[in-house]
Design a protein around this ligand. Structure first.
Ligand SMILES: [Zn+2]
Ligand SMILES: [Zn+2]
Length: 333
């Protein structure tokens, strides 16, 4: 029986270990995909640490680029050989009040790739075809991988930030490096806030067109219309709130954040908003992929062998990564 390799997490707080198992067959509406590249997202660290709901044992990974190898009964629109992207949103129920009101990102009975169903830290994965995307041709497999979460959940966050001209990005990792390029292309001024002393990160932000880059402990040099927070640091919420003007929005774009310290009502007054972004809808994906090539977005990546997933996660955790880490099955380690 043909077998596959996966990097599996048995319980929160552990390390991933290599497992070999039979290649699964796709069920009705599903596809078997051979993984070409899988991005490493901060959410994977939260799964690793048990900070968000997940099923264990689990194979993480929800920024998957691969090729269809087998389609199950009833799949339309895809054929063996097609290149597809598999995102975080793995399945929705279709019948709950959220699904029925174009808010499937808030579904009451969702499945999430790499959290409640096995993901792409593997050579093969089975996905629900309804939640897979065709990908723009201008990106290699590795370049496309970070678009699947950092890109499209970041895109959802940017849209929720409104039309304001001055945008602050707090935490300049995989998501911000993509969204900065989109926002600059849209004609906005982008201000990048990094960890104090992260000069490499600040140079990187300026190289992508940000008009200013500095420490998140500094006040913004200009009043912002909106701030997007990608770092999982609750203290950034009141800090960002002080930097946005009247009616400004502070969008928390991560799935997990440490507690938010208390702040004065005066900082929220004058119709400032704080909101979170949860998951994605398929429309976020289609609108993002329709725009991203035109916007000239390039991703900056560092590739790791699949078996080096623990090293990739450690590098993300340490903050030493520029751009996005991507796992590549078959890459020499
Ligand atoms: Zn639902
Ligand atoms: Zn993610």
């Amino acid at each position: 029986m043909p077998s596959m390799i996966a990097m599996q997490l048995d319980a929160p707080g552990g390390r991933l270990h290599r497992v070999e198992r039979a290649i699964p067959r796709p069920g009705a509406g599903e596809m078997l995909v051979e993984v070409a590249a899988c991005g490493v997202c901060r959410t994977d660290l939260h799964v690793l640490d048990g900070e968000i709901p997940a099923r264990y044992p689990i194979v993480p990974g929800h920024e998957i680029v691969g090729h269809v190898r087998e389609i199950g009964p009833g799949v339309e629109g895809f054929a063996p050989g097609d290149r597809v992207g598999i995102p975080w949103l793995g399945h929705t129920c279709g019948v709950c009040p959220y699904c029925r009101s174009h808010r499937e990102n808030l579904c009451d009975h969702p499945e999430f790739t790499g959290a409640t169903r096995d993901g792409g830290y593997a050579t093969h994965v089975v996905a629900d075809a309804h939640y897979c995307f065709a990908l723009p041709d201008g990106y290699s497999d590795v370049e496309a991988a970070p678009l699947l979460c950092a890109g499209l959940i970041g895109w959802r966050a940017l849209r929720l930030a409104g039309e304001g001209r001055r945008i602050g990005l707090y935490g300049f990792g995989a998501a911000a490096h993509i969204l900065a390029q989109v926002a600059v292309w849209q004609g906005r001024e982008v201000y990048a806030f990094t960890k104090e002393g992260d000069e490499k990160g600040q140079d990187f932000a300026r190289s992508l067109g940000c008009v200013w880059a500095g420490a998140s402990t500094e006040p913004s040099p200009e009043q912002l219309d909106a701030a997007l927070i990608f770092a999982p640091v609750g203290a950034l919420v009141p800090a960002a709130l002080k930097s946005v003007g009247k009616g400004g929005r502070v969008v928390c774009a991560g799935i997990y954040m440490t507690d938010i310290p208390s702040f004065s009502y005066a900082d929220l007054w004058e119709e400032r908003h704080i909101l979170s972004v949860a998951n994605l809808t398929r429309e976020d994906g289609t609108s993002f992929f329709a725009m991203v090539e035109q916007a000239g977005v390039r991703t900056v990546t560092e590739s790791f062998a699949l078996e080096d997933a623990n090293a990739a996660l450690a590098k993300l955790r340490s903050g030493d990564l520029i751009g996005a880490a991507v796992l590549v099955p078959g890459k020499g380690g």
